[in-house]
Design a protein around this ligand. Structure first.
Ligand SMILES: [Zn+2]
Length: 123
């Protein structure tokens, strides 16, 4: 658990520093929004979640596959995460927020990540 959490923080930092470098201003972890989004761009009404592929079960991604060992331990947790993500995104939609999920595997290629952020954040 601790390992996964610190890995997530690292991912988040990568996305944060890139967004910052591109000149976008944002706030972090607004508790008043469903799911406490990682990055919040209030003036644009846009938010970014940075998701670990395993933890949030990235579909079609090799790292999103549930481990064969310990399935009984992981499965309920992961499926709860998925349900929670779905619920949060529906709520955010209703509140008029546009949302982008940056997956762990998408942070490996800096160029692509930059394109992704620009496409989402630029008007
Ligand atoms: Zn992935």
């Amino acid at each position: 658990m601790r390992r996964i959490r610190s890995a997530n923080t690292k991912l988040e930092m990568a996305v944060r520093s890139l967004a910052h470098r591109l000149g976008f201003r944002f706030r972090l972890h607004r508790r008043d929004l469903p799911g406490r989004p990682d990055l919040v761009f209030p003036s644009k009404r846009k938010i970014i979640f940075v998701h670990g592929c395993f933890w949030h079960q990235h579909r079609g991604c090799i790292d999103g596959r549930t481990q064969k060992s310990n399935t009984r331990y992981w499965f309920p947790k992961l499926s709860n995460n998925k349900k929670r993500d779905k619920r949060n995104s529906a709520q955010l939609n209703r509140l008029g927020w546009k949302r982008l999920v940056v997956w762990e595997c998408q942070t490996e290629d800096g160029k692509k990540l930059e394109q992704q952020l620009r496409a989402f954040l630029e008007p």
